[in-house]
Write a protein that binds this ligand. Structure first.
Ligand code: PMV
Length: 310
């Protein structure tokens, strides 16, 4: 979007995986939606293409950010802008903050280069940045952010690009996101799971198959407006993630808490591990948010159909 000052603005939403994290790394489907919260990027005219790194980001994080941005700048032909970013997502909690940043930067750089920020072009640039941040992600994070809606995502092993289908919900999909402690980086959690899977491949692949089936069923449940079925699928998915040793006492406790407060379903979302985010699907999450906030629990509500969803 162009302001009168010549500044450009773009938004990259964060994401939640409703069903299918980790299985998605092994080619199984996932159901993921864009949050109403994310990262805003603003580009102003400048002599050279550069990122104004937020002051709080230092050391290795700063270096990583600059090298990821440099790759996006090179792809878009170094448009002469200075880009600043502002996030309202907690980082490293499974909510796709790095993908949201990559998408916001990709959009604003494409616009500055005089190109339309279409989801496919945005996703291609964001993927390059995400690889810089995370090594070999499945791509579900930046694809969901670039699409800015609820999607059924699958990247089959060896496939260059994923199959992405928009999932339309006849009803608003409202969730509460609660944050539980700190967690290890996604890369480490994914690597540890990979080691267990190497050792006990048959058993782990059976669980991934089942997680993928839940994602397929979830997409159908959403399209049918059957949020109770979606909630049940989320509960089952949490159980399977737990059996893969991806949950923790703190995450489980929050899952049970949200179910006790009336969630149709609750589960960890993202890589999990020793902490991270828990989501609960609610008809009306606001009163629950007010109650948990009073207890000092960090939480927020969102739609999962993207920033402009009902
Ligand atoms: O980085 P997170 O916590 O949003 O996890 C992404 C989802 C995983 O399936 C665990 C990893 C991936 O690459 O898809």
């Amino acid at each position: 979007m162009v302001e009168q000052t010549g500044a450009l603005n773009a938004f990259g939403p964060g994401k939640v995986i409703l069903l299918g994290e980790h299985g998605v790394v092994y080619g199984r489907p996932a159901l993921a939606g864009a949050l109403s919260w994310g990262v805003s990027a603003r580009a102003v005219p400048s002599r050279r293409c550069r990122l104004l790194v937020p002051g709080a980001v230092r050391g290795a994080g700063r270096k990583l950010l600059l090298s990821a941005f440099a790759r996006a700048a090179a792809i878009t032909g170094q448009p002469p802008v200075a880009v600043s970013v502002e996030s309202d997502l907690p980082p490293s909690m499974g909510l796709g903050s790095s993908a949201a940043l990559a998408v916001a930067c990709a959009k604003v750089l494409l616009e500055a280069a005089g190109r339309k920020p279409m989801p496919r072009a945005v996703a291609e640039i964001a993927e390059v940045m995400e690889k810089e941040f995370h090594g070999t992600p499945s791509g579900v994070d930046h694809t969901t952010s670039a699409q800015a809606r609820l999607i059924h995502f699958r990247r089959r092993p060896g496939a260059r690009s994923p199959t992405v289908r928009a999932v339309h919900s006849p009803r608003p999909l409202k969730i509460l996101v609660a944050l539980v402690g700190q967690r290890s980086p996604t890369r480490r959690t994914v690597q540890r799971l990979r080691e267990r899977r190497e050792r006990w491949r048959g058993r782990y692949d059976r669980l991934f198959d089942e997680i993928g089936r839940l994602a397929d069923e979830g997409a159908r449940a959403v399209e049918a407006g059957d949020l109770e079925a979606l909630g049940d699928l989320m509960n089952v998915n949490h159980g399977l993630l737990s059996s893969l040793q991806l949950s923790s006492g703190g995450l489980d406790e929050m899952v049970y808490r949200l179910r006790g407060l009336g969630a149709l379903g609750a589960k960890l979302t993202g890589a999990g591990g020793d902490g991270g985010a828990v989501i609960g699907l609610f008809w009306e999450p606001e009163p629950v948010m007010a109650r948990l906030s009073r207890e000092g629990i960090r939480c927020f509500t969102s739609q999962v159909g993207g920033p402009r969803a009902l």
